[in-house]
Ligand binder design. Structure first.
Ligand code: AMP
Length: 330
């Protein structure tokens, strides 16, 4: 049995990228491993320093985690800021994280282009906080999407560096994980890039979107005037819609439209209608569960309390050991 850790920032509702890149794997992993799943509210402050609706956003991710099938009696499901030991480990790991390596991080470079007037230290040290989330539980498996691959490499670097500096084989090396051969990347609907919470309102399909919203977003998704030669390579915007279809539709449906594209017979209207119908079908059960669970405030409070206690217990043990290794008094 391995230890698994993963989290999602509460900066918006869960979308299909979060589901396929992370949460669907959480649900499968919890059967066989010791799992810690958290809501990354500290991380939010790197992009949203004044969070207008923190508690509601935390609640909505918690509800969606539960609706997707995370069992709080099997996994440890908690809110990051309920476990301040994470912040202590972050401080300690920051002492051995170097400016150069942090500045070279692709997500840092992307983020500073997007928020030129708020290039804060938290943004630079985001991978250190992520490493702390993982190493605090000494996890070896981290179910994440393709966008987190480089961060995971950095977590391994920080673990190795700590072990080398203090001459102990203390932290295991964590690895990014997805069922299947490679890490998943669900693209957005705007023709380029990944599906994401901060990429614009119509870029993402959220698990809680109504059927009408889903249809509208898919029908509006960027396409082109259609293939002009048989077997031509699909441009990015079209390939993106096929990638989403691959995630939600049957393989027969995918092959059917792929063949139509290759023969230049595809009609994007039909293709998009099928894609929208399949997403609606795929998300219908989740949507029902989301609305059912969100009304049960007592249950949600109980889940958060239980998760905080379980996560705190394990994190406190790691911090005690780390302080001892470094040479602080406990
Ligand atoms: P975030 O929404 O950025 O906090 O990401 C939470 C989790 O969802 C991480 O494990 C990401 O790797 C995963 N994720 C986010 N967007 C996508 C995407 N478009 N495709 C695949 N995985 C994703």
């Amino acid at each position: 049995m391995e230890t698994v850790v993963s989290g999602i920032r509460p900066t918006g509702k869960l979308h299909l990228g979060n589901y396929f890149g992370a949460v669907s794997n959480f649900v499968r992993l919890q059967q066989e491993h010791n799992c810690y799943f958290f809501i990354a509210d500290y991380h939010c402050l790197t992009t949203h320093p004044v969070h207008v609706d923190m508690q509601n956003n935390v609640k909505s991710i918690l509800v969606e985690y539960l609706a997707c099938g995370i069992d709080p009696d099997v996994s440890t499901l908690y809110v990051q800021s309920d476990v301040p030991e994470v912040a202590e480990l972050y401080l300690l790991l920051n002492m051995n994280a170097y400016k150069g390596e942090l500045e070279r991080c692709t997500t840092f470079k992307e983020k500073i282009k997007k928020q030129k007037d708020n290039i804060n230290a938290g943004l630079l040290t985001y991978p250190v906080l992520m490493a702390s989330d993982i190493l605090i539980h000494k996890a070896t498996k981290v179910p994440v999407g393709h966008d987190q691959k480089q961060h995971l490499e950095m977590s391994r670097t920080f673990a190795r560096r700590f072990n080398r500096l203090y001459n102990r084989d203390y932290f295991p090396e964590p690895h990014a994980f997805n069922f299947g051969n490679s890490l998943i990347r669900i693209p957005g609907l705007d023709g380029g890039g990944k599906m994401g919470k901060s990429e614009g309102a119509n870029n993402a399909i959220y698990l809680s979107d109504t059927p009408e919203e889903i249809s509208k977003k898919i029908m509006r998704a960027v396409t082109d005037s259609g293939p002009i030669e048989p077997n031509q390579k699909k441009p990015e915007a079209i390939q993106n819609l096929f990638s989403i279809m691959k995630a939600v539709s049957s393989s027969e449906t995918l092959t059917y439209f792929d063949d139509l594209y290759s023969n230049c017979k595809i009609r994007y209207g039909d293709f998009k209608k099928q894609l929208a119908d399949d997403i609606i079908l795929f998300t219908s059960q989740l949507r029902e569960k989301i609305s059912e669970i969100s009304d049960d405030e007592d249950y949600l409070k109980k889940v958060m309390k239980q998760g905080a206690e379980k996560a705190h217990q394990n994190a406190a043990k790691t911090i005690r050991e780390v302080r001892e290794i470094i040479g602080f008094r406990n």
